[in-house]
Design a protein around this ligand. Structure first.
Ligand SMILES: Cc1cc2nc3c(=O)[nH]c(=O)nc-3n(C[C@H](O)[C@H](O)[C@H](O)COP(=O)(O)OP(=O)(O)OC[C@H]3O[C@@H](n4cnc5c(N)ncnc54)[C@H](O)[C@@H]3O)c2cc1C
Length: 304
C-alpha cells in the first residue's frame, strides 16, 4: 500500500494546480483521475479568460499536467470509490488499490445536471448532448437548441452556430444570466435566436430527437419546435457520491469549506467547482487548488 503525504482526487484545473503547488512545497503527491487530465474544460473550444491569449480546453489540461509532473506529482488513472479516516491517515479507496495519505484534497468537480423531462434519458447520445464542442459537427446545416441562459449555454451556442443552420437558446428566466460579452455576441449573431420565459416540457423523437415541446411561461401556451439536437446546460451537480456522509455538504450538495479550503474533517480539503459557493470559473478553481495545497502543507507541517 502506498503511504504518501497528499492525495489529490480529480485532475481538473483545481486538482492539477493543487498537485503542482503541493509538490513544489516538497510533499509526496499522488493525483487520482478517472477520465483524463483537464476535467470538464477539456471539451471547451475556446477559453478567453484564463491566460492572456485564447486557447482550447484540450490544450490547457496537458499544459497544467506537464507543470504538475515537472514539480514531482505522480498521476494515476483510477476511480476513487471511497475515503475514510483512520487516525492520522486518510484512506482513499480506488477501483484497484487503497492509498494511505496524511491529507487529501477533493477536487472532483461536477457533472452537468439533466433537465429531467420526458424523452431526455432515452435520447441521450441520439440528439441530446452536454457538449457542443464534441458533438456540434454532427449537426451541420441542421436546427438545434441550447437549454439554459448562463455562460456555458451561451458559449456553447456560439460553438454550435459554427455548424448548425439555426440555434435557439431556450431559457426559463426573463433575462440571460451570463457575461455581458457573451450576451452581446449571441444577440448580434445572425444564426442565434433567444427564447426567454420558455421551459422545455419534453424532448420528442422515436430513436432520434425530432422536436422539443415548449411552454411559454408568460402565456402558458405549449407548442412543438422541430430540432435535431438538444444541448443541455442547466447547472452542475457536485461529484460527491464517493464521499458518503464523511464531510459536510451544503443544500446544493457541494462541500462546505472555510477560506483555507478546510472541510469539516481535519486533513481533508476541497477545491474547485465541488466546493460550496464556487463561482465555477477556471481562475477560481486554480486559486482554490493553490489555497488547498498550501493549507494541506501547513496542516502536515504542524503535525511533523
Ligand atoms: C462548456 C463549458 C465551458 C466553460 N468555459 C469556461 C471558460 O471559458 N472560462 C472559465 O473560467 N470557465 C469555464 N468553464 C467552467 C470551468 O470549466 C470549471 O469551472 C472548471 O473546469 C472546474 O474545474 P475543477 O477542477 O473544479 O473540476 P472539473 O474540471 O470538473 O475536474 C474534476 C475532475 O475530477 C475527476 N473525478 C471526478 N470524480 C472522480 C473520482 N471519483 N475519482 C477520480 N477522479 C474523479 C473528473 O473526471 C474531472 O477530471 C466552462 C465549463 C463548461 C462546462
Amino acid at each position: 500500500m502506498r503511504e504518501i503525504d497528499l492525495v489529490v482526487i480529480g485532475a481538473g484545473v483545481a486538482g492539477l494546480t493543487a498537485a503542482t503547488h503541493a509538490a513544489r512545497y516538497g510533499l509526496t503527491v499522488v493525483a487520482v483521475e478517472r477520465m483524463g487530465v483537464g476535467g470538464q474544460i477539456a471539451a471547451a473550444e475556446r477559453i478567453e479568460n484564463f491566460l492572456p491569449h485564447a486557447l482550447s480546453g484540450a490544450e490547457l489540461g496537458p499544459l497544467l499536467h506537464e507543470q504538475a509532473e515537472a514539480a514531482g506529482a505522480e498521476f494515476i488513472l483510477d476511480d476513487v470509490t471511497g475515503i475514510a479516516v483512520d487516525g492520522d491517515w486518510r484512506m482513499v479507496a480506488t477501483a484497484t488499490e487503497t492509498i494511505k495519505a496524511r491529507a487529501a484534497i477533493v477536487a472532483a468537480g461536477s457533472t452537468p445536471r439533466p433537465l429531467g423531462v420526458p424523452g431526455e434519458a432515452a435520447l441521450i447520445g441520439r440528439g441530446v448532448s452536454h457538449c457542443a464542442s464534441c458533438d456540434g459537427h454532427f449537426f451541420a446545416g441542421q436546427d438545434v437548441c441550447v437549454i439554459g441562459g448562463g455562460d456555458s449555454a451561451l458559449d456553447e451556442a456560439l460553438v454550435l452556430a459554427e455548424h448548425a443552420a439555426h440555434v435557439t437558446i431556450i431559457h426559463r428566466g426573463t433575462t440571460l444570466d451570463a457575461q455581458r460579452v457573451l450576451i452581446d455576441r449571441v444577440t448580434a449573431h445572425g444564426k442565434i435566436e433567444i427564447a426567454l420565459s420558455t421551459a422545455v416540457e419534453a424532448i420528442l423523437g422515436d430513436d432520434r430527437v425530432a422536436a422539443v415541446n415548449l411552454r411559454n411561461l408568460a402565456t402558458a401556451t405549449t407548442y412543438d419546435r422541430p430540432v435535431k439536437g438538444v444541448f443541455v446546460y442547466v447547472g452542475l451537480a457536485a461529484n460527491t457520491a464517493f464521499l458518503g456522509p464523511l464531510v459536510a455538504l451544503d443544500a446544493n450538495g457541494q462541500i462546505e469549506t472555510d477560506r483555507m479550503m478546510r472541510t469539516s474533517v481535519p486533513g481533508i480539503f476541497a477545491a474547485g467547482d465541488i466546493r460550496a459557493h464556487s463561482v465555477a470559473q477556471l481562475t477560481a478553481a486554480a486559486g482554490d487548488g493553490a489555497t488547498a495545497a498550501i493549507a494541506a502543507w501547513r496542516y502536515l507541517k504542524a503535525r511533523a
